[in-house]
Design a protein around this ligand. Structure first.
Ligand SMILES: Nc1ncnc2c1ncn2[C@@H]1O[C@H](COP(=O)(O)OP(=O)(O)O)[C@@H](O)[C@H]1O
Ligand SMILES: O=P(O)(O)OC[C@H]1O[C@@H](O)[C@H](O)[C@@H](O)[C@@H]1O
Length: 494
């Protein structure tokens, strides 16, 4: 063997030895190194601590004031909704609602019976939005919505009554940021979550829907256009007059609240009789240097459909929590052999781990974490995991979900602070916070952590005057109620 061949052979042998040593080191240190990575993650995610969360609450409150002062002054857009009073409950008649969210799309109809009878009858249908429509064209998306609505109207039964000669009216809930010009018109500012439909940006979403309904032969007037947080506020207030804030914790996250009309310097419209104006905050775009952002969040954001945007939402909402956990587990697999010597192939697939999956693993109470074992096997084809490994997976879910819940609580505390409702003591007026969305509704550990963190942020006295309630399905009902209060036939009845 020549000198050159000898050197090459020696190098190859050395490489084999080094690789074997790395495997031994990783395997021996596997658990320890992964646990160390989990500890580092926990420290980073818990970094704000209560003081940091209080700072974030204060920054949210300040960003709200900045956003109300002038458009463009804050990442939190503080959109005027033209909703200056919320349904009182005297509404009567048949009204429809469309609720386009980040994952689901619902059509509803309500027969309202006024103060005495409230909601006489309600029917709804929910469909998942075909993923290809989230990245197609505006015509395809609104065509799909209109066709579902047409089918639903066709199924209207005799016990829903529309007075002779009247046109059906609709409340349109659209869960994306819209700059509104009236209660029933507004242009899409940008897409968020998993949507990216270029020709929709800058278009009037009511005009798009109306065009699509006409094509489907649906004779219906869009009486109101509302964000789902505004719908939730209206739906929540219908059942509880102390509701002053609405939060969505679903695929995305956002909040709306009742502001004093005189506290909106940028507002130059007619001063509302009620003296109030509902604001759609679009808080998902909030950012602060106090946010506990990790490398995993930065990589997720860089690879998202909207890099640099919706940072608060990407730390909190249902679309992203499962994906953050996946990224952490992937790095643990690569650097600490968490799942053995090879990195599971499926673990490299973005969004393969969804928030319902991490919720199920997080709530696993079986002695050997059988649900975790099943999820890892079914979703990621990871088998033969030890209980120790499964416990570490649950730990990562807990760290990421708790961070999200604490940040959501800080956001709510910021809104209450802006409203001067964060320091009310015993015997003072009660404030209700209506929360809707699949993440809050179904993720118990998240929900409980949010509530306990908010109580700690408010302190004992003030937290006794604030109640957080699940406003299930609020946005659809709220949209129908707002349609009723803005019906073209109202003046006829006065
Ligand atoms: N069991 C669950 N545990 C945790 N999160 C869930 C669960 N089920 C649904 N979710 C979250 O809720 C989101 C759906 O929220 P929902 O409010 O129902 O719809 P949308 O966001 O379309 O308005 C899903 O994207 C998911 O992230
Ligand atoms: O109901 P979803 O799909 O979870 O939406 C919540 C929020 O998601 C955000 O991405 C949108 O900008 C908001 O307008 C919306 O309210």
């Amino acid at each position: 063997m020549g000198k050159a061949e000898g050197a090459a052979a020696a190098a190859a042998a050395a490489a084999v030895v080094a690789a074997a040593a790395a495997v031994v080191w990783r395997r021996r240190s596997g658990g320890w190194r992964a646990e160390e990575m989990a500890r580092e993650l926990e420290e980073r995610c818990a970094a704000p601590g209560m003081e940091g969360l209080r700072r974030i609450a204060g920054e949210m409150s300040a960003e709200m004031a900045a956003g109300l002062a002038e458009d463009g002054e804050s990442k939190v857009k503080m959109l005027v909704t033209f909703v200056d009073n919320l349904p009182a409950g005297s509404e009567k008649g048949l009204f429809y609602a469309l609720d386009l969210g980040g994952t689901n799309f619902r059509v509803l109809r309500l027969q309202l019976g006024g103060k005495e009878r409230h909601i006489v009858k309600q029917e709804s249908r929910e469909v998942s939005i075909p993923p290809h429509l989230m990245v197609g064209t505006s015509a395809e998306l609104f065509g799909f919505i209109a066709s579902e609505l047409a089918r639903f109207v066709d199924s209207e039964g005799g016990d829903f009554r529309l007075p002779e000669g009247r046109q059906r009216e609709l409340g349109f809930t659209f869960s994306f940021p819209v700059r509104q010009f009236s209660i029933a018109s507004g242009i899409l500012i940008k897409w968020t979550k998993g949507f990216s439909i270029e020709d929709g940006v800058g278009e009037d979403v009511v005009a798009e829907l109306t065009k699509a309904m006409e094509k489907q032969g649906v004779d219906m007037r869009v009486a109101v256009l509302v964000n789902d947080t505004v719908g939730t506020l209206a739906g929540g207030r219908y059942h509880d007059e102390d509701v002053a804030v609405a939060v969505i914790l679903g695929t995305g996250t956002n909040a709306a609240y009742v502001e004093k009309a005189h506290a909106i310097p940028k507002w130059n419209g007619l001063y509302p009789k009620s003296g109030n104006m509902v604001i759609n905050m679009e808080w998902g775009n909030f950012w602060s240097s106090d946010l506990p952002i990790t490398e995993y969040d930065q990589e997720l954001d860089a690879e998202s459909l909207n890099p640099g945007e919706q940072i608060f939402e990407k730390l909190i909402s249902g679309m992203y929590l499962g994906e953050i956990v996946r990224r952490v587990l992937l790095k643990m697999a690569k650097e600490a052999a968490l799942f053995g010597d090879t990195v599971p192939a499926k673990l490299k697939t973005p969004f393969i781990l969804r928030t319902p999956d991490i919720s199920a693993m997080h709530h696993d109470t079986t002695p050997d974490l059988k649900i975790v074992e099943k999820k890892l096997k079914e979703n990621l084809e990871i088998t033969n995991t030890s209980v120790k490994t499964r416990k570490l997976v649950v730990k990562v879910c807990d760290i990421i979900a708790k961070r999200a819940a604490r940040l959501a609580a800080a956001g709510i505390a910021g809104i209450l602070k802006k409203q001067g409702r964060d320091t009310r003591g015993d015997g003072e007026k009660r404030t209700a916070v209506a929360i809707d969305g699949g993440l809050f509704e179904h993720y118990k550990e998240f929900r409980e952590c949010l509530k306990s963190t908010l109580e700690e942020l408010l302190g004992e006295a003030a937290s006794r005057s604030v109640v957080v309630k699940l406003a299930n399905d609020g946005s659809g009902i709220g949209a129908a109620l707002l349609a009723a209060s803005h019906s073209q036939y109202n003046e006829l009845e006065e």
